[in-house]
Design a protein around this ligand. Structure first.
Ligand code: FAD
Length: 302
């Protein structure tokens, strides 16, 4: 059996595996797609100490670093269930069962898509999901934020300090964000809020050049010219496959303590799949290292 089995090969999983392997213990990593969300990222400018890089380039260095240690990398393998018997038993979709004394889950998350024409085609060409990451790329431009919940309004406030103008599009007749956020938003001069509107299309050929929406009460179709669209309608953790094996929040995030432990002894979690409040590469890496040290601590006591 493994001493530490990591499920997920994004920044959290890679970091957890390296920290475990450096303790000289048997470490494996199972990933549906090594690199995770970083593979889908164009420009990265907030990975501290590296001024600018690209997702695939960072993933290549991650892979090289992981391969420098005796870590079993099982890429293109999807975990389908986890059970704790004497040891943890992780079942893969191909039917194989891997056994381990401890497990670190780092299966990350995915942004919810609006599923309108233009979204997939213009991803990274003006369609963005992370204001902390991509906001500065739109300095002086006009952008829209789709979604009027807390994350949408936080994004709009954040972007308003960087871009020329922000239009918020909310499907419902009212914003769902906390009142303090709404008050802050309403105090800003360069924000327009459109309620009760349905996004119909994100337009553009090489890059985003506008957004088309329908006013739901009048059914009138309108178009605004702009250069960026931030989709902020939720981040979904990739934890459905765990069902009730571990405690999760209402939206499916794995609940962890300061050492990254879950409610099951020997089971740890790190990165975007947990209930940690901010989702960034550097935070996920720290979280993976933390959970790995937590797992090592568990192993020497059991
Ligand atoms: P992920 O990167 O999501 O990795 C999850 C891993 O788990 C993957 O290997 C996946 O294949 C695997 N997995 C999932 N389910 C299973 C399963 N059932 N079995 C096996 N494996 C599974 N952050 C920044 O700091 N700076 C940026 O500039 C930036 N830009 C971004 C741009 C985009 C378009 C996106 C989507 C995100 C961006 N982020 C950025 C956020 C950052 O990418 C994430 O916070 C970070 O990747 C989270 O790391 P993670 O390891 O927790 O999860």
């Amino acid at each position: 059996p493994y001493d530490v089995l990591v499920v997920g090969g994004g920044p959290a999983g890679a970091s957890a595996a390296i920290y475990a392997a450096r303790k000289g213990i048997r470490t494996g990593i199972v990933a549906e797609r090594f690199g995770g969300q970083v593979l889908d990222t164009m420009s990265i400018e907030n990975f501290i100490s590296v001024k600018q890089t690209e997702g695939p380039k960072l993933v290549a260095s991650l892979e090289e670093h992981v391969k420098d240690y005796g870590i079993d990398v099982m890429n293109l393998q999807r975990a389908s269930s986890l059970e704790k018997k004497d040891l943890f038993e992780l079942e893969l979709e191909n039917g194989a069962v891997l056994k381990s004394k401890s497990v670190i889950i780092s299966t990350g998350a995915r942004w919810r898509n609006v599923n309108v024409p233009g979204e997939q085609e213009l991803k990274n060409k003006g369609v963005a999901y992370c204001p902390h990451c991509d906001g500065p790329l739109f300095e002086g431009r006009d952008v829209a934020v789709i979604g009027g919940g807390n994350s949408g309004i936080e994004a709009a406030i954040d972007l308003a300090g960087i871009v020329k103008h922000v239009t918020v599009l909310e499907f419902l007749p009212e914003l769902k964000a906390d009142k303090v956020l709404q008050d802050r938003l309403n105090s800003l001069p360069n924000v327009t809020v459109l309620k009760n509107v349905q996004t119909k299309e994100i337009t553009g050929t090489d890059n985003v050049n506008g957004i088309t929406y329908v006013e739901r009460d009048t059914e009138e179709e309108k178009h605004i010219e702009l250069q960026g669209v931030f989709v902020q309608i939720g981040l979904v953790p990739n934890t459905e496959w765990l069902h009730d094996t571990v405690e999760r929040t209402r939206i499916g995030e794995i609940v962890v303590d300061k050492k990254g432990s879950t409610n099951i002894p020997g089971l740890f979690a790190a990165g975007d799949c947990t209930d940690s409040p901010y989702n960034q590469i550097i935070i996920s890496m720290g979280s993976g290292a933390n959970a790995s040290l937590g797992a090592f601590d568990y192993l020497i006591r059991n």
